[in-house]
Structure formats: C-alpha cells, structure tokens
Design a protein around this ligand. Structure first.
Ligand code: PMV
Length: 361
C-alpha cells in the first residue's frame, strides 16, 4: 500500500469563503502502456506517455464554505452546461479516495462545470483529462489553505490525486513526456505519481505530432476498470509486465538518442500487445474494427514506400493515433487526407501534438 502521509494536507484554519478556479488539463497517449493494476490504483508496470495539447478538459470549480462540515460531499456537476447525474458516482468515489489527503472537502459545497475540447463521445478517453483537471482545481484550493506547499510538492500531489481518479490521469499534469510507475532506471520514478521524463530528449521528438483518427466513436466495449481486472490471472500477465519494464529502458534510450526506427518498433509493439492481452483474456475482446486494421496496413505501406517515420498507437479502442515528427507534417497530412480519412467515422480526425500539461485558465 505504501505510506503516503506526505500528501496529507495540514489542517488549517484558513479557509477561503467562496470563489472559483478554472483550469485545463490535457489527455495523454501512452507509448509504453499501463494495463493491470493493484489496489489502490497502483500500476503493475511503469508506463510512459506523450502529454497532448489540443484534446483537453476545461473545468471550473466554484466553492463555497459551509457553516459546519457536512456528513457527505456536497457537489453539483455540469457537463457542457447541462447537469450530468451519471458522472456523479465517479466523482463521489474520487472524493472518497482523496478526502484523507485534502481534509477540507467536506467543509465546502462545490459546483463543477466541465467540458471537453474534443467531440463528445468521440471514443477518446476523457477520464485522464477530466480527473486531472478536477484534481488541479482542488489543489489550487489546497494551496490557498496550505500556502507553504512548494511548487514541486504541489505538482507531485496533483498527479498523486489525479491517479486516484484514473491511473492514466496522473500522467496529464506535466508534459511533454511523463513516466508513471517505479522503474529502477528512471530516477525519482514512483508508483504513486507521475514525473516528467527526467532526461534530455533528442530534438527529433520536439513538437511530435499526433493525429487521432476517429475510426469508431461508439461507447467503449470494455471499461478500463474491467480491462485492468482481466489482467489478474491472465496467462501472459507476468511476461507482459516484464516486457513493459524492458520497453521502458529501450524507450528511455530511444528518446535520448533520437532513434526513430527504435521508437516505431517499441510504440507499435506496445499498442498491439495491449490489444493482444485483451484478445487472450477470459472473457476475450477484439477492440479493433476492420477500419483500424486497414489504417495500420496503409501506414505500413506508406512507410515502406516513402521511408517516413510515421507510426501508430492505439488506446483500448478502435481509434488510431498517428505519431510522426514535426518535420513530416505536410507530407503526412496529405497522406491522411487522401488515404486515411475514408476509414474515419464521418471523416473525422483531430490534429494534436505533444503539449505541456495542466494549467490555470
Ligand atoms: O487510466 P485508465 O484506468 O483509464 O487506464 C488507461 C489504460 C490505457 O489507456 C489503455 C493505457 C494507458 O497507459 O493510458
């Protein structure tokens, strides 16, 4: 379980009466994937991701101090301007998990107003951006109540709280590249929170592009909590966790040396392994759609014909993230428009790139 007492806020008598905090926090795309967890929300293997720039959640947190601390958490939730009762249980359990670290939660009534910059139900995971945005707003309030917290402690604790909302959310607070999960060859890495990749990154990865093809915008077939659970007792899980640890070392070297061919190999293999784990679990799932495979084959053809360093990765769904160096932007965009848009639902895709993490608005 670990001792996380350093993240428990000191009880302070200073509590602002009312106010409002707005922030944005991006989604992220894992290069080495996190799939499999143990209580509470700790990863079975370390992961590494690109923080995104365009796909993000914007959240406003209004707070008002109560006369007396209440028994329950008091909050209202709006998504894109409309009340959203189906999101409430998730926020309720998030509050329960984090209240030991931010004890002021029951002293306030909150109104949470949240919206995404990416299309609603696009199949893009919104839990990473949504949970990290809320954690970021709450930590701004925590900072007002406990102003002695240092910037470093503040960032760590924000990632720590985000993780308790959704594991991958821990990786959205900073950018452009973050690591979550303890690995002996990544200095200062931790299972409890994500850190910024702590080594110099080769200029080949500056401004790396991610164009997300919306192949299937339907509801997720498998929720990520069910997916993580399927790794318990999975026949290949221990080998998978070992492989992820090895891929972290490989990717660390690749990011430092700028080896784009190595990058392609690790990233595509990680995406296919994530899907292979789901195809070989019980129950089993195929999360790709025929168009996902068509896109993958087209990418491989294009790479062979042109020598491009384009590659793909996948989340736990059918959409395809196309990753490529900034220097190839024009050529790859032509390729996407002429060859790949036909595989997207309603021709939709999102042009994103690596970004710097959560910020105040
Ligand atoms: O943060 P969760 O519990 O939604 O899990 C995310 C898992 C993947 O997106 C499939 C992989 C990852 O590392 O982000």
């Amino acid at each position: 379980m670990g001792d996380y007492s350093q993240f428990v806020s000191k009880i302070s008598s200073v509590k602002p009466d009312k106010g409002s905090i707005s922030c944005s926090s991006p989604s992220n795309i894992a290069l080495v994937k996190y799939w499999g967890k143990r209580p509470v929300q700790l990863p079975e293997n370390p992961s590494i991701s690109f923080t995104l720039d365009i796909c993000k959640t914007e959240t406003t947190l209004q707070y008002e101090k109560l006369e007396n601390a209440s028994e329950d958490f008091q909050f209202e939730l709006f998504f894109e301007g409309e009340p959203k009762p189906d999101f409430k249980p998730k926020i309720q359990s998030f509050f329960q998990r984090i209240s030991e670290y931010i004890p002021f939660l029951k002293h306030y009534k909150f109104i949470i107003d949240t919206s995404n910059t990416f299309p609603h139900s696009s199949g893009i995971a919104s839990s990473a951006s949504g949970m990290s945005a809320l954690a970021y707003c709450l930590m701004q309030l925590d900072k007002q109540i406990n102003p002695t917290i240092t910037e470093e402690e503040y960032i760590q604790k924000t990632s720590f709280l985000s993780r308790l909302g959704s594991g991958s959310a821990s990786r959205s607070i900073e950018g452009p590249i973050t690591v979550w999960g303890k690995h002996k060859e990544v200095a200062e890495s931790s299972d409890a929170y994500a850190i910024k990749f702590p080594y110099d990154v080769h200029p080949n990865f500056t401004n790396y592009q991610d164009t997300i093809l919306l192949v299937d915008k339907g509801e997720k077939q498998v929720s990520s909590s069910v997916g993580h659970d399927l790794m318990h007792g999975h026949p290949f899980s221990s080998e998978r966790f070992k492989q992820a640890n090895e891929n972290i070392i490989r990717l660390k070297d690749i990011l430092m040396s700028g080896d784009l061919d190595g990058f392609i190999e690790v990233v595509e293999s990680e995406a296919l392994t994530l899907h292979a784990m789901m195809m070989t679990s019980l129950p089993y799932f195929v999360l790709m759609k025929p168009n996902t495979l068509s896109v993958i084959n087209k990418i491989w053809e294009y790479r062979k014909e042109t020598g491009s360093k384009i590659c793909f990765t996948l989340d736990a769904g059918a959409n395809v993230h196309i990753l490529y160096p900034d220097s190839e932007k024009d050529g790859v965009m032509d390729f996407i428009k002429s060859e790949l848009v036909v595989y997207c639902q309603k021709g939709q895709y999102i042009c994103d790139k690596i970004g710097l993490g959560a910020k105040l608005l």
